[in-house]
Design a binder for this molecule. Structure first.
Ligand code: PMP
Ligand code: GLU
Length: 384
């Protein structure tokens, strides 16, 4: 009954473990949630108010399928000012979450048997979406000794005649690694003139630490011609449940992706778009959240750095911390499940990110819980 494409899919470990953690908490268990893939902040009230107003004003009908003119213009201004991307508002499509922007792009570009290069460690959904499109996934290992960044040599070696798409994601879920302008230029030099589309998922852009400035791949050279930039509201404005994301690309790409949107989701939620319009014009709130996450990153990193069998890797962005657990003698699934059973600390085993020997901790949780979690991991580590 089930299609051969769907039979090939794995379920999402991030969504599964996050749901299990929420269920245990609801049952009254004192779980420290280091699994969460979403900011723990409430959506700011200035955004919620605009959504309520939109409902009252009757903005409850289909919008143009690429999004309202107002939000596309506001996104375009943001991408020009903050990201130096040479765009027009007609280059933007607003989608039901960034996840759908990625999927709609992959469906638009990938034919059966074409290769998608995905650097590992990767976010769980990229390979599965590529498989759904019938494409062949080629994982390119970004090594720990290269700070989990794709080396240009490995990239050049991985490219073949069948390569159609390269996925970049920085700051990276799950490692928090990010690229400097020079590193992006080096990647650009390898892929330009090769007829490869770059899908650059920059959804964690706002969460860049240590004063680093996020640089968009589409702003390098003529990369805009062959890049689809993905971004959204889930991580920058704590709006995961509103399902609002967007993509930016050259006009010929937009024309093709639009057809997929027309025949699948029709448009993103009208109420969410009204909320998103208020959000995107505010630069302060995301910065306040970033500062809080940077403090929590430091707290978690310092708290774990003296352990013998667990080695935290300081992330340059996102709210995830990768930890090397190879010295524990357990594999990542064993480690994660024993930590949950014995100490009620939930984490994501990194085998599903293509990185056995690691776990992912999310610090999108309170300072109090981070402190509690550090103590529990210390006790767990002593018993290993
Ligand atoms: N890209 C990455 C790397 C993510 O971690 C997420 C979060 N699930 C998404 C895209 C999708 O975000 P959303 O669909 O909530 O906008
Ligand atoms: N991006 C988040 C995570 O990695 C949310 C869950 C998901 O969509 O995978 O945990």
């Amino acid at each position: 009954m089930i299609s051969s494409r769907v039979k090939l899919l794995s379920s999402s470990s991030t969504l599964k473990i996050t749901a299990l953690t929420k269920k245990l908490k609801k049952e009254g268990k004192d779980v420290v949630n280091f699994a969460a893939g979403e900011p723990d902040f409430d959506t700011p009230s200035f955004i919620k108010e605009k959504a309520k107003l939109a409902i009252d004003k009757g903005l409850t009908k289909y919008t143009p399928s690429a999004g309202t003119n107002e939000i596309r213009e506001a996104i375009c201004r943001k991408l020009k000012e903050d990201n130096n991307i040479p765009c027009e508002s007609s280059n933007i499509i607003v989608t039901s979450g960034a996840k759908y922007a990625i999927f709609a792009s992959m469906v638009t570009f990938l034919d059966k048997g074409e290769e998608v290069l995905i650097p590992s460690p990767f976010w769980v959904s990229y390979p599965e979406m590529a498989k759904l499109c019938g494409a062949k996934v080629k994982v390119v290992n970004a090594k720990a000794r290269d700070n989990f960044k794709l080396s240009v040599d490995s990239l050049a070696r991985a490219i073949s005649k069948k390569t159609k798409l390269l996925v970049l994601n920085y700051p990276s879920n799950p490692t928090g690694a990010t690229y400097s302008e020079n590193e992006l230029k080096a990647i650009y030099d390898v892929v330009k003139d090769k007829n490869i589309i770059v899908l650059s998922d920059e959804i964690y852009e706002i969460l860049s630490y240590d004063g680093a400035k996020h640089v968009s791949f589409a702003s390098i050279g003529d990369a805009h011609k062959f890049t689809v930039t993905i971004n959204g509201f889930s991580k920058s404005f704590s709006m995961t449940g509103w399902r609002l994301g967007y993509l930016e690309a050259a006009s010929n790409f937009i024309e093709a992706i639009s057809k997929v949107i027309d025949h699948t989701t029709s448009c993103a939620s009208s109420v969410s778009q009204a909320a998103g319009l208020a959000a995107i014009q505010d630069k302060k709130w995301p910065q306040t959240m970033r500062e809080e996450f940077e403090n929590r990153r430091n707290l978690l990193f310092n708290g774990l750095s003296s352990l013998k069998k667990i080695k935290p890797i300081k992330p340059s962005g996102t709210f995830y911390m990768f930890c090397d657990i190879k010295k524990s003698g357990l594999n990542s699934v064993e480690f994660s499940s024993q930590l949950l059973d014995k100490q009620l600390v939930s984490t994501i085993p990194a085998d599903s990110f293509g990185a056995e020997g690691y776990i992912r901790l999310s610090f999108a949780t309170s300072i109090q819980d981070i402190e509690k979690g550090i103590e529990r991991i210390k006790s767990f580590s002593l018993g290993l």
